[in-house]
Design a protein around this ligand. Structure first.
Ligand code: ADP
Ligand code: ASP
Ligand code: MG
Length: 406
C-alpha cells in the first residue's frame, strides 16, 4: 500500500461536474489500495474574483483580512470534493490548512511553510479516510490564517508529501505535463517525459506557472518525485525527479516567459560605497522582491542603477525608492511597467559556448530589442518589451526546437 498525494488545480474543479469527475479519479487511486491525501485549489477563477471583490471595497485591503478571504476559496472546493466522495460511498474528510498542520511564517499573501504538523492527517488516514486538504493556506503561531502566494497549492501538496513520506506527489492540471514552452503561446510545444529539479526550478521561477517554484524547491530538498499530468486525460505526464542522468539531458530543454515584469532606473547615482545598500535595504524591509539588478560602469563617479520588480509591486517600490534617490543625490528615478522576460533553460548549456549568440540572433531576426540580459549556469534571460514576448517565445522555440526532446 502506497501513500500518494494528489493535487487538483482550479480548472480541474471549476464546477460541480468536474468535482465529481475528480472524485472518481481519487476513488480509483484509493481502489488500487493506496492511502490518498488530496490537495485542492479554489474552483476556477475564485481567487481572482475574491481579490477583485476586496479591491472594490478598498484600494488598499488589509493583508491579514485578504488572506482570510482568499483562503475561503480552497475551503469551499475541499468540502465539495469530500461531499462528492461521500456521495460515491467513500470515507473522506476535508481539512483546512490549519487543521492539516501547515504552519507558516506571518508574511501575509506570500507566507512560507515553516513545518507541517501532520498528526491529524495521519490519524484520518489511519481511520481509512481520504484526506482532502485546502491548498494555498496555512496558519501562524498566533493562529492567523496566511496564504502562500499565487499558485501556492502546489507547495502545500509537496510539503505534505515530504512530511508524510509519500511515494509521489501528483500535480493534476489542465495540460498534459511540463511542456518545452507554454502551450497557450506555442501550439507546437510538446510535453517532456522527465526533468531534473534544477531545470524545473529555473523554468518555474522564470514564468512557467504550471508549477509553483517553492514546490520544486521543496521537492528537491526532500527528494519527492513530482508528477505533473492532466486531470482530464490518461497521458503519462512529466516526472520531475533527481535521477535524470546527465547523458540524456538536452541542451535547451525549455523556454519560459513572464509578463509580470517592471523596471526601475535610478539615474545619475553617485558611485560610492553604501549606495546600493541604501536603496535595496529599504526595499527588502518593505517586502518588495527585486529580481535582476544591473549597474552601469560609472563615468566620472556617476552611474545608473536598474532593477526589476513585479508590476504589482512597482508603485510601492517607486514610493520607497523616489525619496531615497532624492536623498542620495541621484538625478532622477524612472520606471517602465510594460516589460516581460524570455528565458532559455537547460543544464546541458553549461560549459557550452554559443547559446547566448544563438538566442540573441533569433530575437534580432524578429526585431526584438533586448533591454537587459541575465544568466545563471543553466539559463539565459532577456528582458524585452511586453508586446514582443509572444513573438520572442515562438522564435526561440523554433530556433532551439531540434534540441528539445519530445
Ligand atoms: P492549475 O490551476 O492546475 O494550478 P495553472 O494555470 O496554475 O493550473 O498552470 C497550468 C498552466 O500553466 C497551463 O494552462 C499553461 O498555460 C501554463 N504553462 C506555462 N508554461 C508552461 C509549460 N512550460 N508547460 C506547461 N504549462 C505551462
Ligand atoms: N487558488 C490559488 C491561486 O489561484 C492557489 C492555487 O491555485 O494554487 O493562486
Ligand atoms: Mg497552479
Amino acid at each position: 500500500m502506497a501513500l500518494i498525494v494528489q493535487k487538483y488545480g482550479g480548472s480541474s474543479v471549476a464546477d460541480a461536474e468536474k468535482i465529481t469527475k475528480v472524485a472518481r479519479r481519487i476513488a480509483r487511486t484509493k481502489n488500487q489500495g493506496n492511502q490518498v491525501v488530496v490537495v485542492v485549489s479554489a474552483m476556477g477563477d475564485t481567487t481572482d474574483e475574491l481579490i477583485e471583490l476586496a479591491y472594490r471595497i478598498s484600494e488598499t485591503p488589509d493583508n491579514r483580512e485578504l488572506d482570510v478571504l482568499l483562503s475561503t476559496g480552497e475551503v469551499v472546493s475541499s468540502t465539495l470534493l469530500a461531499m462528492a466522495l461521500h456521495h460515491m460511498g467513500y470515507p473522506a474528510i476535508s481539512l483546512s490548512g490549519a487543521q492539516a498542520g501547515i504552519r507558516t511564517d506571518s508574511v501575509y499573501n506570500r507566507a512560507r511553510i515553516l513545518k507541517v504538523e501532520s498528526r491529524r492527517v495521519v490519524k484520518e488516514l489511519e481511520r481509512g479516510n481520504i484526506v482532502i486538504v485546502a491548498g494555498f493556506q496555512g496558519i501562524t503561531d498566533e493562529m492567523d490564517v496566511t496564504t502562500l502566494g499565487r499558485g501556492g497549492s502546489d507547495t502545500t501538496a509537496v510539503a505534505l508529501a515530504a512530511s508524510l513520506g509519500a511515494e509521489v506527489c501528483q500535480i493534476y492540471t489542465d495540460v498534459e505535463g511540463v511542456y518545452d514552452a507554454d502551450p497557450r503561446l506555442v501550439p507546437e510545444a510538446r510535453p517532456l517525459a522527465e526533468m531534473g529539479y534544477e531545470e524545473m526550478l529555473e523554468l518555474a521561477s522564470y514564468g512557467a506557472n504550471v508549477l509553483h517554484p517553492r514546490a520544486v524547491e521543496l521537492g528537491e530538498l526532500f527528494n519527492v518525485p513530482i508528477l505533473v499530468a492532466s486531470s482530464f486525460t490518461e497521458k503519462p505526464g512529466t516526472l520531475i525527479h533527481g535521477g535524470v542522468s546527465m547523458e540524456v539531458r538536452e541542451k535547451v530543454r525549455g523556454i519560459a516567459h513572464n509578463l509580470d515584469v517592471a523596471k526601475i532606473t535610478v539615474i545619475g547615482v553617485p558611485d560610492c560605497p553604501g549606495i546600493a545598500a541604501s536603496i535595496f535595504e529599504p526595499l527588502a524591509r518593505a517586502g518588495i522582491s527585486v529580481d535582476t539588478i544591473v549597474q552601469n560602469a560609472s563615468i566620472e563617479k556617476v552611474t545608473d542603477l536598474t532593477f526589476t520588480v513585479t508590476t504589482s509591486q512597482l508603485s510601492r517600490a517607486m514610493e520607497v525608492v523616489k525619496p531615497i534617490a532624492g536623498s542620495i543625490g541621484a538625478r532622477d528615478c524612472v520606471s517602465d511597467a510594460t516589460l516581460g522576460t524570455v528565458s532559455i533553460i537547460g543544464t546541458g548549456m553549461q560549459n557550452t559556448p554559443g547559446y547566448a549568440a544563438r538566442m540573441f540572433n533569433a530575437l534580432s531576426e524578429k526585431g526584438v530589442n533586448i533591454q537587459l540580459i541575465t544568466t545563471s549556469e543553466v539559463r539565459i534571460t532577456c528582458i524585452i518589451t511586453e508586446a514582443k514576448v509572444k513573438d520572442a517565445v515562438r522564435a526561440l522555440h523554433h530556433a532551439f526546437e531540434i534540441e528539445i526532446e519530445g
